[in-house]
Ligand binder design. Structure first.
Ligand code: FES
Length: 110
């Protein structure tokens, strides 16, 4: 299990545990984290699972694929250099605790 700290837009924090093989998005949905809509269920079609990965965590996970990077152009909240789609951040063996911040809003652009 890997700990994931979700920081809401108002600064509140909640840590959940995610199993290897899950994604940050699945951990959010399974633990009722507000701010992750994930309308497409993780099929890289909605951009409503947008998060800001803590800069210290960037080297811990593989960077976005071409398709994820393209979809990040359509997120509804401000896009930042640390923006990721949480359905594309896999919980891999040995991954240390992650920290992600949630945007103020999520809206499917399609
Ligand atoms: S859940 Fe739809 S793009 Fe991530």
């Amino acid at each position: 299990m890997v700990g994931i700290v979700f920081v809401s837009a108002d600064g509140g924090e909640r840590e959940v545990e995610a199993p290897v093989g899950a994604t940050v998005m699945l951990a959010a949905i399974r633990n009722d984290i507000r701010g992750i809509d994930a309308e497409c269920g993780g099929s890289l079609n909605c951009a409503t699972c947008h998060v800001y990965l803590d800069p210290a965590c960037l080297p811990l996970v593989p960077g976005p694929s071409h398709d994820e990077a393209a979809l990040l152009a359509h997120v509804s909240a401000e896009r930042r250099p640390t923006s990721r789609l949480s359905c594309q951040i896999a919980i891999a063996p040995g991954l240390p605790r992650l920290r992600v911040a949630l945007p103020e809003h999520q809206t499917c652009p399609f």
